[in-house]
Ligand binder design. Structure first.
Ligand code: NAG
Ligand code: NAG
Ligand code: NAG
Ligand code: NAG
Ligand code: NAG
Ligand code: NAG
Length: 385
């Protein structure tokens, strides 16, 4: 059941935020996206809305902490960053809509790194259905998704946990995609997403990739810290494919889409990154976490913000970030790709939502109060063709 407080917050955000939610997305599509989430959440069983019931089980699994500590050391070695440098900061927060939730924990070289990584099962995403309009089907299986783009290096560990069993899920293809340092998604040509005359961007695979989770249910991507674009807080999209097959050309096909979500970053970390080149050259409007309606809704039940440490003295030497999220292995979400990535490059989905902003807000949409169950969802935003 949605709380009326959050509904009211969303309603007020809607009033001030009639701009695009994703590049090229109209206010009507943004509202459809919110409604779609609300609809899902109102129907989901409590244990599918958060992983709070898994806390004890997840906490008992200290193996993850050791694995992450080892990962940080390996990354520092790879980037020739002195091993005995202190971890500069760890974050910890109670209210994800509160933008001032950095830990003031003092961490020294003597600190046990595993302490930094002992989670409280807080960083768990809710299964939901917001792929946004910019999903490209058929992206490559690969760990490094940078493709030569400039920005702050970031290694992102994502752990997939089954909401029904509270166990990590090995062997699930997990996909991420996000915009570059100046707020443009590769793979999509659409109004609001960079230069619409740049058709070459359709073939651009930057900052998109798929990997199979390991025995601990983890995938690790080498990417960049995302930039921002008008209308949305800085975020990364995540999707899981259960039972999908790896094709000979290193892409995946088939299976069920069991989770679609977005992960977010601490506002202080965003501020640090935005002070670097080429983030500084981004002329799009920055939306803070506090003003992001998708984040507000995710944060109703869970903490969708990554934990992180800086690998070196300042952010330019890189970030190691990690998050676990819940996936309902029995689900099969219906999502519509904006573009198909093929052997001939990107091919626009004529039924996708990558086009220019759509029509007026659907009649009957009530931005305040509880979402009526059974509310119809505009087909352009949701359904497969
Ligand atoms: C950390 O912050 C809390 C609350 O603001 C404060 O009470 C505490 O003294 C701080 N700890 C340190 C080590 O500064
Ligand atoms: C874990 O989170 C819960 C809920 O926020 C809190 O009550 C509890 O004190 C936390 N436990 C630890 C060990 O931080
Ligand atoms: C981000 O991607 C767009 C599209 O490829 C490109 O035009 C822009 O230059 C990129 N930003 C940077 C900083 O390279
Ligand atoms: C996909 O979902 C359907 C139900 O929608 C289920 O019957 C099937 O077993 C699932 N496939 C896999 C590989 O999990
Ligand atoms: C899962 O959903 C997709 C998209 O709606 C559909 O094409 C596929 O047939 C479904 N799979 C199963 C096993 O129901
Ligand atoms: C990979 O193979 C599939 C199946 O033949 C094909 O549809 C797809 O276009 C190929 N993708 C790439 C990037 O080559």
């Amino acid at each position: 059941m949605k709380s009326t407080i959050v509904s009211a917050v969303l309603a007020s955000l809607l009033l001030v935020q009639q701009s695009v939610a994703h590049p090229g997305q109209s206010a009507a599509e943004a509202q459809a996206e919110i409604r779609e989430r609300a609809e899902y959440m109102s129907k989901a069983a409590p244990h599918k809305r958060s992983l709070a019931h898994c806390a004890a089980k997840l906490k008992a699994r200290n193996l993850d902490a050791a694995r992450r500590a080892a990962k940080v050391e390996a990354l520092r070695e790879k980037r020739a960053i002195t091993q005995n440098k202190p971890f500069l900061r760890a974050r910890d927060f109670e209210d994800v809509l509160n933008t001032d939730h950095h830990s003031n924990l003092t961490v020294t070289p003597e600190s046990d790194p595993s302490e930094l990584f002992t989670g409280n099962a807080s960083c768990i995403l809710t299964p939901e259905t917001t792929e946004g309009p910019y999903w490209v089907q058929g992206e490559l299986i690969r760990q490094d998704i940078v493709d030569g783009e400039a920005g702050v290096p970031m290694t992102l560990d994502v752990q997939v946990v089954d909401v029904n069993t509270c166990e990590p899920v090995p062997q699930v293809f997990t996909e991420i995609w996000h915009c570059n340092s100046t707020g443009v998604y590769g793979g999509v040509v659409a109004n609001g997403n960079g230069n619409t005359d740049d058709e070459a961007n359709l073939d651009n695979t930057m900052l998109r990739g798929v990997q199979l989770t390991d025995k601990d249910g983890v995938v690790s991507f080498d990417t960049l810290f995302p930039g921002h674009y008008t209308g949305r807080a800085t975020h990364i999209h995540v999707m899981t494919h259960v039972g999908a097959q790896q094709l000979p050309n290193n892409t995946v096909a088939g299976g069920n889409i069991t989770h679609v979500g977005q992960i977010f970053f601490d506002q202080d970390l965003i501020t640090l990154a935005e002070q670097q080149e080429p983030y500084l050259t981004n002329t799009q409007t920055l939306t803070t976490n506090a003003d992001d309606f998708i984040m507000a809704e995710e944060a109703e039940n869970v903490d969708p913000v990554v934990d992180y440490v800086l690998l070196g003295d300042d952010i330019s030497q890189g970030i190691f970030a990690w998050i676990a999220f819940g996936m309902d292995a029995t689900a099969n979400q219906s999502v519509t790709p904006a573009v198909y990535y093929t052997e001939n490059g990107g091919v626009k989905n004529p039924n996708g939502v990558s086009g220019p902003p759509g029509g007026a807000a659907p009649s009957g949409f009530m931005p305040s109060g509880a979402m009526p169950s059974g509310t119809a969802i505009p087909s352009a935003a949701l359904e497969s063709s």
